[in-house]
Design a binder for this molecule. Structure first.
Ligand code: PGA
Length: 225
């Protein structure tokens, strides 16, 4: 049986009051969450203390991690700073590659830092070349982290890719990296999630916009199982 993951990526959204309101709705529905789905919530750093891991029914992740070690790097959040608070770190999201000019080299460096702190990396890739680059930096990546595959045209557009093409891309990624778990991302909603999670090579989904609404996110998790 493959794992099924649902990763919620809040991106740069929500003030503290909005985050608390989301959390409270989510907790009210906690008993509806299927035990078979691994849920990873990736809010912004400053929201993390709102989630008490001993009672919160999901795992936590950050949306980025520094390529530096702890020290004099103003504004950076390093892996050892969030060790014990989060279990996962998204790395190399296409928005960071586009707007912050993050390179494959930096992605490789960040992955190393996450692994050193025993934080599981979720490397985001939007084309097969990026998988090859990751393999060249971290040849044994499979078994150490996850991949979130997201086509640029599907992100935030309301036009998800087809499950079949996502599955074919996931297979290609597995062929390159070995037995890595691949999540699909890009306009995932409650209505389409099962069509992705039922594909052979897809082990879950990454959800941006639809994760901002707690009820919608819960529906995605329920339908993903
Ligand atoms: P979306 O974003 O669900 O809003 O398309 C996905 C992502 O970029 O992680």
């Amino acid at each position: 049986m493959k794992n099924v993951y649902v990763l919620g990526n809040w991106k740069s959204n929500k003030n503290p009051q909005e985050a608390i309101a989301w959390r409270d709705i989510y907790l009210q529905h906690a008993n509806e969450l299927p035990k078979t789905v691994k849920i990873i919530l990736c809010p912004a750093y400053h929201h993390l203390p709102l989630f008490d891991l001993s009672t919160f029914p999901s795992l936590l992740g950050v949306q980025d991690i520094s390529s530096f070690d702890t020290g004099a790097y103003t504004g950076e959040i390093t892996a050892s700073m969030v060790k014990g608070i989060v279990q996962y770190a998204m790395i190399g999201h296409s928005e960071r590659r586009k707007y912050l000019l993050e390179t494959d080299e930096q992605v490789g460096q960040k992955v190393k830092k996450a692994i050193e702190s025993r934080i599981i990396p979720v490397v985001c890739i939007s084309d097969i070349e990026q998988a090859k680059k990751l393999c060249s930096f971290i040849p044994d990546y499979a078994g150490k982290g996850l991949i979130l595959y997201e086509t640029l045209t599907a992100i935030g557009s309301g036009q998800a890719g087809t499950p079949e093409s996502a599955n074919a891309a996931a297979k290609e990624i597995v062929d390159i990296l070995g037995a890595v778990e691949v999540l699909y991302g890009g306009s995932v909603v409650p209505e389409n999630v099962a069509r992705f999670t039922s594909q052979q090579y897809i082990s879950g989904v990454g959800v941006g916009g639809a994760s901002l609404n707690a009820e919608k996110f819960i529906k995605i998790i329920t339908n993903a199982s």
